[in-house]
Design a protein around this ligand. Structure first.
Ligand code: DP6
Length: 323
């Protein structure tokens, strides 16, 4: 059996930063995101009688990435064993490619594990609901749980494997304009940065508490189709995340001077009546949210700071071929 799946990255408006359970990847608070319509990952999984292999962007993946893929496939084999399938013993040939520019920092682990979960479940003959697929993808990378979902997703933190999953929510149409900043700072992975924040930042509990409150406010703003409120919540929440991270010891800084300049530029846009709000993940790149009709004007204002991409809400992970 073989299957090919496609998934897109997502950008969180309410961020996930901190785990309650490292092994099961249960987050300490819920989060909310928009799935993008560009930079897809396409992944094929073909069962073999040998051991697992993993090719990424045309070359054999390194040992660390291959081990992470095998650990993920072991979860799929466990599901196959529970269903009494003989595929539980199979190896898999995994071939994956990212359409996004490499090292653009556009959440490729989210699209990667969402595509892998979708393709592998089908190749191993395991039938999963969309909620179960979201839970499976979560075990590869937490944010991947949200890339299963079309357009806008809420990831319920839950308190167990069964209760921690993403599902769709409705939100007003919006655009995201990403600015890929050319920064040379060495990056701490999200996984390591999250652990360091939990273990060493004195503001960690306050950050988790405020994320719970912000998610509730965000869900209410989405239900009310209140773009202004969504934007305000997004930008304040991004600053709070970087503040709790900055307070780790040793300090972690993901934002570069250019990132701060873009935040300033977005403030200036608002002052002249162009309604835009900024956020940033675990790196120097900044993502600006705005109304779809304003995307070109926003992009023009920040073009000098780095490479620009404009996104609309995109589709959740889906199968594209089964053989
Ligand atoms: C800043 O999902 O990559 O992008 O679960 O350890 O794989 P792991 O972390 P990951 O973290 C994403 C962090 C973030 C915020 C977000 O996407 O919510």
């Amino acid at each position: 059996m073989a299957a090919v799946a496609r998934a897109h990255p997502n950008i969180a408006l309410v961020k996930y930063w901190g785990k309650a359970d490292d092994e099961l990847i249960i987050p300490a608070a819920g989060s909310m995101s928009m799935t993008l319509d560009k930079f897809a990952t396409t992944t094929s999984v073909a069962l073999t009688s040998g051991s697992d292999t993993f090719e990424l962007n045309g070359t054999t993946a390194d040992a660390k990435a291959t081990a992470r893929t095998t650990a993920f496939l072991d979860l799929v084999r466990d599901l196959a064993a529970q269903a009494g399938l003989d595929t539980a013993q199979a190896g898999a040939q995994v071939v994956s490619s990212n359409e996004g520019p490499t090292a653009a920092g556009m959440a490729s682990s989210a699209s990667g594990f969402a595509a892998l979960a979708t393709a592998a479940a089908t190749a191993f003959g395991v039938e999963l609901s969309s909620r179960q697929l979201s839970r499976l993808a979560r075990r590869g990378s937490g944010s991947a749980s949200r890339s299963l979902i079309d357009r806008f997703a809420v990831w319920h933190a839950g308190t167990s494997d069964a209760t921690s999953y993403a599902e769709p929510i409705s939100a007003p149409d919006m655009a995201m304009v990403s600015v890929t900043v050319n920064a040379t700072a060495k990056k701490v992975s999200s996984r390591d940065g999250m652990t360091a924040t939990r273990d060493t930042s004195p503001y960690y509990q306050a950050w988790i508490d405020t994320t719970v409150t912000t998610l509730n406010e965000m869900l209410a703003a989405c239900a009310a189709e209140d773009f202004t409120r969504i934007g305000q919540l997004t930008e304040t929440h991004a600053h709070r995340m970087h503040a709790v991270i900055n307070a780790s010891h040793p300090p972690i800084r993901y934002l570069a001077p250019e990132s701060w300049q873009i935040f300033e530029e977005v403030t200036a846009m608002r002052q002249m009546g162009l309604e835009a709000y900024a956020t940033a993940d675990a790196g120097p790149n900044v993502v600006i949210i705005c109304r779809p009709d304003d995307a070109a004007a926003v992009a023009a204002r920040v073009g000098a700071y780095g490479q620009i991409n404009t996104f609309s809400p995109g589709p959740g992970a889906h199968l594209v071929d089964v053989a």
